[in-house]
Structures are given as C-alpha cells and as structure tokens.
Design a protein around this ligand. Structure first.
Ligand code: GLC
Ligand code: MG
Length: 533
C-alpha cells in the first residue's frame, strides 16, 4: 500500500525535485571570473555546461547576498542584494536565465536565523534599548555578577551571548558574535523575512535551502542547558551542554510552515531544511500535514564511521521512519564537513557515490565530490574558516572541504587568474579536463551513473529493499512495476562472490557476471548495478 502511494505520487513537473539530483555549489570555490581569487556568479554561469554534461537537475548555491563575510556569506547584511564579490543583481538575473535555458533549476540559500552584525537592522537595534528594531534581536540583562544570562555555548565554541557595552545588555548569537540571532517571535521580523522569499521567488528562484533552521526559535527564558554526560574536555566545546532550549523549539515549526505557505504560492518551488537532529526530530520537519519542508535534509550518513553495518542500520532506520507520503533524501557531503572520499577512504569513493545516487530519495551532491576530491590539508597560515580560528586544533575547521574546483592544467588549475582564497588541490584522477578525457576516471563513472539513473525510473521512483548485508557486501533492490535493479556494494578490499542474478548495467570496477547470469563476482571496493532479467 505504502509502496503504491510512492509510485504514483511522483510526477507532475512540479515534482522535479523528487527525481532530480541537487548539486551544491560553494560559490567562493566554484569558478572565479573577475580574477580576485574568489568564485563568482559569472564564473558559475560560465560552467553551467559542465553541470549539464554531468547530468544534475538543480544547483543550490550557498549564500551570495551582501555580507561582510565573517562566516563567508552566512552573515547577511542585505537579504535582497548580491555581494559585489559575487557580482550584481544583473549577473544574478543572467544566471537564472542561463540556468533555466539549460533546463536546470536554481536554489538559493536562505539564512533566516541570524543576520550579520553589520545589517542595518542590527545597527539600529543596538543603538538604544528604545530602538524600534531592538526587539528584532534577542537581548537580555547580565546576571548580577555580570555574566551572561544563560550557560549556552554557540555552535562555534564560545558563549552564545555577546556583551553590548553601548546599550548595556547581552545579545544572543548561536554562531559567531558577528551573527546576532533574529527574534522570529516578532511579527515584523516574520513579515520582512517572508517578503524576502517572495522577492527571490518572483525573480525566478526555484527553491531555498533554509540554513540553521533548528536554531530559529531559541527560548532563552527557559534558562540554562543541562550538561551532556557524554562530553569530555577534548571534544567540540559546543556539545558540552544539551541544547534542549535552543534547538527544535515548537515555534520553529510554525515559522517553517509560514515559509512553506509563501513557497506554495509559487508552483514548482521546493523548500529544503538544514535539519540536523535525530530521526524523530528530522521527520517532524515534514510537518503534520506535509505543510513544512518538502525535503528536510537527511544527514544520517554524515557523522558516522564508514562501516557497512552502521550504514545499513541507518538506511533501514530512515526508510522505516519516513512517514507515508513523505519524500526522502540523502546527503554525503557539504561545505561543513569532511569530504566523502576522505571519510570513506578514496578506494570506497565509488561505493559511497553509488549509494548516494541509488538509495530511495533525492540526492544532494557536493561540488567536487564527482571528481573524488579529498579533504585538503590546510597549512595553519592558510586557514580561513572562522570556526577553526576561534577553536583551533580540534579538527573542526571546514576549509579542507572548501578548496577550489580544479578545472584545467592552466594557472591555478583554471579556477582563477588571481591568487585563490584557499589553495587548489587536484584529486588523484586529475582535474575536470583530465578526467573528462579519461573513460576510466572517477568523473566518467559518476557521469555514467547519473545517466543510468536518469533513464531508469526504478532507480528514482522504485521501492527500496535490503537484500543482503553480510561479510562486507551490501545489496539492495530498487523495484518499480515489473523492473528490478540490484545495487551491489563491496565495502571490503577483497573480491566477493555475490548471489545476484541478471545483467550488469554499470560497474565502477572489474566485477563480472558468470555466463549463466546467476552469480556476480564482485571486485574489491566495487559498486555494481545489476538488472534482474
Ligand atoms: C549552517 C551553514 C554553515 C554556517 C552556519 C551558520 O550550518 O551550513 O556553513 O556556518 O549555518 O549560518
Ligand atoms: Mg571573483
């Protein structure tokens, strides 16, 4: 019953995001056009044909709005303009047109939970306690001894409260001090921010990935956070206390529903949430009547060791938890965490990418992962990430996953004619140009995999079933009507006999089917898709 609903639910054109692949662009590092060493909108436009060839359906671009760049654009000082570093509104309009003319969709990043401290609203808010904008942010008095109102620790490791000497109060910041938290309980904030969504939808944007949504409704008056008994001195300082009053607050769900109502007024648009949390918390972001996010990000494969048993458990738990009628999604990498080719190990990159692109649900592919890029090792003097600078040496820095795309053999590998903001690293199979010319490259495999996915409805719309998970071999089936495909993944460095029958339609490595089509000899670390005949 559940299965049928899924098979028939998809497919008006407005549901493109169910079968499509979303490709995340980190704009600072995609392609520089003006030679300042930082990627920009005209750079992205110049590389759209690469993305068409790759076969993805939509690009999500991390923030490109006016920003002092304390957190590289996740600190917005004008929600309705483009930062000059990235270009102009005219460049943006041109990018929208160029994207759409190629049949691609464009998704922007909405950062509703906090602004930049340089946003005119915050400047006005901090000017005096009587300012009409004061209540747009979250202010509280110091405790009698001068200390912050609560023990909350920011995501980036310091107190979540910053003292504002001028007005004699603390303001809340869930991330950097330069990112004061907006007070969404204020109806003026809601109205202004929702209008921002309309502004971009009217400009042709196909959806939003909504940043830090789990932090949108912190309830500071609930007081201190309890200590996390699992926390130890060397760990991420942000995890010292359980964020029971700051994350996943009930009002946050109301605010998401408001965003969704605005979105629904524009047909064919999609709202994706940065919903980190346990499974019940993530599922709650679909909304009781599916009136919240169409795609609450599923990060359940993001923070685990690359162990087959763990992965199978997570996949099955997610499949079981998805409410009937909900559309799932998978993420293996983004601009905030280690590259998948490093996390899984380079030998397992094809297994990981096949998993991402064949599990049931919309995949988000992070730029460069299609090249097998690894996390770069950044020398201390080259560190850019404010998190690493604030709490150095704990391995929390995000620069390793943010290095520029290597395109060609030219200067700075074709990324920029100027000095790149982070060093350019080339993956073992080479840059885009090398890999495109080599049918055995990782990029060529990913292109074939995406092409197969595009022409095989069972791989997007089909049901999911675990077939085998033992001895380092994971096989699952995707079935639609009478067609059935087996995805066979070897998590080990040894060849394995795999009891799967049919015809190999794609293999990353040298696996073979016996002559009778009854048994697969799965090569070490291989990822193979077999069509049942
Ligand atoms: C999200 C972004 C991250 C940013 C943070 C604050 O987690 O993905 O890059 O630093 O929000 O906006
Ligand atoms: Mg530039």
């Amino acid at each position: 019953m559940k299965q049928q609903a899924i098979e028939t639910a998809a497919h008006t054109d407005n549901d493109w995001w169910k079968t499509g692949i979303i490709y995340q662009i980190y704009p600072r590092s995609f392609q520089d056009h003006d030679g300042d060493g930082i990627g920009d909108l005209r750079g992205i436009e110049s590389r759209l044909d690469y993305l068409v060839d790759l076969g993805i359906d939509a690009i999500w671009i991390s923030p490109i709005f006016t920003s002092p760049m304390a957190d590289f654009g996740y600190d917005v000082s004008d929600y309705r303009d483009i930062d000059p570093m990235f270009g102009t509104l005219a460049d943006f309009d041109s990018l929208v047109a160029a994207t759409h003319s190629r049949g691609l969709k464009l998704i922007l990043d909405f950062v509703p939970s906090h602004t930049s401290h340089e946003h005119p609203w915050f400047i006005e808010a901090r000017a005096s306690r009587q300012s009409p904008k004061r209540d747009w942010y979250i202010w509280r008095d110091a405790k009698p001894d001068g200390s912050p109102p609560t023990n909350w620790i920011s995501e980036f490791g310091r107190s979540a409260w910053t003292w504002d000497a001028g007005s004699g109060q603390y303001y809340l910041n869930i991330f950097l001090s330069e990112q004061p938290a907006l007070n969404w309980r204020n109806p003026e904030v809601q109205a202004e921010m929702l209008d921002t969504l309309r502004f971009w939808y009217e400009r042709g944007v196909d959806g939003f990935r909504v940043d830090a949504i789990t932090h949108i409704a912190p309830d500071v008056d609930k007081g201190d956070h309890p200590p996390d008994p699992q926390w130890r001195e060397h760990m991420n300082p942000s995890y010292r206390f359980l964020k029971v009053h700051s994350k996943h607050q009930p009002e946050g769900h109301q605010f998401v529903r408001m965003m969704r109502r605005v979105t629904d007024a524009f047909p064919g648009r999609v709202l994706i949430g940065e919903t980190d949390g346990d499974l019940p918390a993530v599922m709650a972001y679909y909304g009781k009547d599916f009136d919240a996010f169409q795609l609450p990000f599923n990060f359940s494969l993001l923070d685990i060791p690359w162990s087959m048993a763990e992965i199978v458990d997570r996949v099955e738990a997610y499949e079981a938890a998805l409410p009937e009628g909900a559309w799932g999604n998978w993420v293996l990498g983004n601009h905030d965490c280690a590259r998948i080719a490093s996390r899984a190990g380079p030998a397992q990159a094809a297994v990981a990418t096949t998993l991402l692109l064949t599990l049931r649900g919309t995949p988000t592919l992070y730029q460069g992962d299609e090249l097998g890029m690894e996390s770069a090792s950044i020398p201390p003097e080259a560190v850019q990430d404010p998190w690493e600078k604030q709490v150095p040496g704990l391995g929390l820095g995000r620069d390793p996953a943010r290095t520029p795309m290597p395109w060609t053999q030219g200067p700075n590998r074709g990324f920029s004619s100027g000095d790149p903001w982070l060093p350019v690293f080339v993956p073992s199979d080479g840059d885009v140009e090398n890999q495109s010319a080599d049918p055995a490259s990782f990029l060529s495999f990913v292109r074939s995999l995406i092409a197969l996915r595009r022409e095989t409805p069972a791989l997007t719309l089909g049901s999911y079933q675990t077939v085998l998970a033992e001895d380092g071999v994971y096989v699952f089936a995707r079935t639609l009507g009478g067609t059935r495909y087996h995805v066979c993944l070897n998590f080990t460095a040894d060849p394995k006999a795999c009891p799967v029958a049919g015809r190999i339609v794609l293999a990353a490595g040298q696996s073979t089917m016996d002559d009778a089509g009854q048994s697969l000899a799965l090569a070490a670390n291989d990822a193979v898709i077999v069509q049942a005949v």
